[in-house]
Each structure stands twice: as C-alpha cells, then as structure tokens.
Design a protein around this ligand. Sequence first.
Ligand SMILES: Cc1cc2nc3c(=O)[nH]c(=O)nc-3n(C[C@H](O)[C@H](O)[C@H](O)COP(=O)(O)O)c2cc1C
Length: 327
Amino acid sequence: MSDISTKYLSLELENPVLIASSPLTSDIKGLVRCQDAGAGAVVLKSIFEEQIESQVEGEVLANEQYLAHSDAASYFEAVSKDYYVNRYLDLLRQAKKELSIPVIASINCTNLSTWVDYIHVFEEAGADALELNYYPIAADADTDGRTVDRRAVEFATRVRQAATKPVSIKIGYKYSSLANIIRSMDLAGVDGLVLFNRFFRPDIDIESMTLSQAANPLSSSHEYAESLRWIGLMSGEVKCDLCASTGIHSGDTVIKMLLAGAAAVQVCTAAMKDISVVGRMCDDLRSWMDRHGLDDVASFRGRLAQENMSQGGLWERTQYIKRLLGE
Ligand SMILES: Cc1cc2nc3c(=O)[nH]c(=O)nc-3n(C[C@H](O)[C@H](O)[C@H](O)COP(=O)(O)O)c2cc1C
C-alpha cells in the first residue's frame, strides 16, 4: 500500500491532513476526536491577545469598587491575563500528554512583544511547532502598501529570531504583491506558510441596528482555488513548507494541493461538519496513489508546480486555459 506519510515543519506526519485551528481543537475532547479520526497533526485554537485584553478589561470594570487603589487594578489585570494564558498552556500540556500526533500552538496578537512572549511560553510548554495567525487589517488610510508589506516581513524576521521551534505564519491573500510577501517571509527564515486563512467578516443586524459577525463562517468546497493557485505558483520558489488551507473538503482537493506542491493541508469546515472526512481523505489519497503507481508523497509532490511544468504560465493565465477549452 502507498505510503502517505509526509514532513511538515520538520515534523514527521503519518499523513498530510491536519485539523486547522478551530472549535474542534479548543478542548482536549475535541483534540482526541481529531486524532481518533486519523489527523496527521492538530493546530490548537488560537489564543487571541485582543480577546484576553477585552475579557480582562471587562473584569476590571466589573470589580471597580474593589480596585480603588491603582496598584490593585494593575495587579488584578496581570493575574487575570495570566489566568487566560495558563488555561491555554494547560490545554497544550494536556494535549501533549494525551496525543501521539504533533501539536501545533496557534497565536494571534496585536503587539510584537506579546507575540514573542507567547512564543517563549508555548515553546516551554511543549508545543511541537508554532503557527502565527497574522491578521493585520490595513484600515489606516495614512499607511501605504509598502509600509504594510514591510511590517509583515519585519514581523516574520522578528518571530523567526525569537523562536527555537519551527514557526509557520498563516496569512490572508490580500496583499498588493502576494508573491513578494511569500518570498520575503521565506527569506526571513520562517519554516512554513499557511495559505490562506479565511477571515470572519463583519455584518449588520438590521433589526437591532448593531454590528454582527457575517452569517456563515464556514467555507464551501470550491473555495480552494486561491490557495491552489498560489501554492502552484510559489512552491517551487520557496524553501519553506507551504500548507494549504480554505475549501479543502475532499480527498481530490488534498491530492490537487500536493500536486501543486503543498507539504500538508489543513481542514476546518469539512471536519466540523463530519470529522470522518479525515479518514476518507487519507483513503482517497492512498487509493489514488495506488492507481497511479506512486509509492510515496515525495514521488509526486509539486509535480504540477509552476517551476516543474513546461507550461507553468498556465497557473497565471486562466483566461488562456478557458480559450483552450473553447469556453
Ligand atoms: C468557527 C471557526 C473558528 C476559527 N478559529 C480560528 C482560530 O482561532 N485561529 C485560526 O488561525 N483560524 C481559525 N479559523 C479558520 C480556520 O482555521 C481555517 O483557516 C478556515 O476556516 C478555512 O478553512 P476551511 O475552508 O477548511 O474552513 C476558524 C474557522 C472557523 C470556521
């Protein structure tokens, strides 16, 4: 039988299907379910600095009458923050104790110094690797695109220097030159890039006239195209591992991502709907490899990456493909 093991972020994985950072990976019961379903690794639900800040702020306000002394307020604030971070660390330690598959911690911060602090504590708590959920919103009209890009690359350089374990950065695709950002982050030395996150978007509830979260945070099965294209375009150009994320709902899509050059894939929506999809994806991958006489993942990974194709330009010119197909 074909061997579907792979290497991602220097970690040996039994298969390339990871469970993405999501509600499935937010407690130990969910994490054990992911492993039992056959996941190659898990990415813990992100710890969000902003969420901790706002929770702590709420608690400080609720306890205002007991915190009249300013030192008491800052002491309370520090203890509360530690409480939330420790809860995450407990989950990480428990996961490392109970799971045999690699456990990747996921971090989302607003301040660079907090990113670095969290990297250190999560490494100490035993994370096999770190995934940094990088999500700056370029909403300041005074900041030009060059500055946004420079900050992203500075971020990659700084976190790579700070970490001793493998580091991946999970990004969105809205950069003016995505190819340049991907290559610059690679040159900064990151071990992996996750292409791409699918960010929640705000909406408006017209009855309460308040902001709400966009109705459906879940992806559909044809949303994989953007990840596929950029993995196809960039996998031959970068040294770091590319991991596909968004719209991966079937074994066929896993195979496409590997052919384009992904080292692994992450699944969220499809696994939230039915965790047994992970086993089916692995079975489909194995039987496709058997059918094509492929012994291991290395023998075909990246076969259709732009660099390895005589007609690699097709990754860019989809209009041209349409003409060829006579549409
Ligand atoms: C309910 C929900 C919660 C999520 N939470 C996180 C998170 O904490 N950190 C993160 O990096 N991505 C998070 N994501 C994004 C997923 O990890 C994934 O990148 C995205 O859903 C696209 O993959 P999919 O098409 O398989 O759903 C979340 C997604 C959903 C639906």
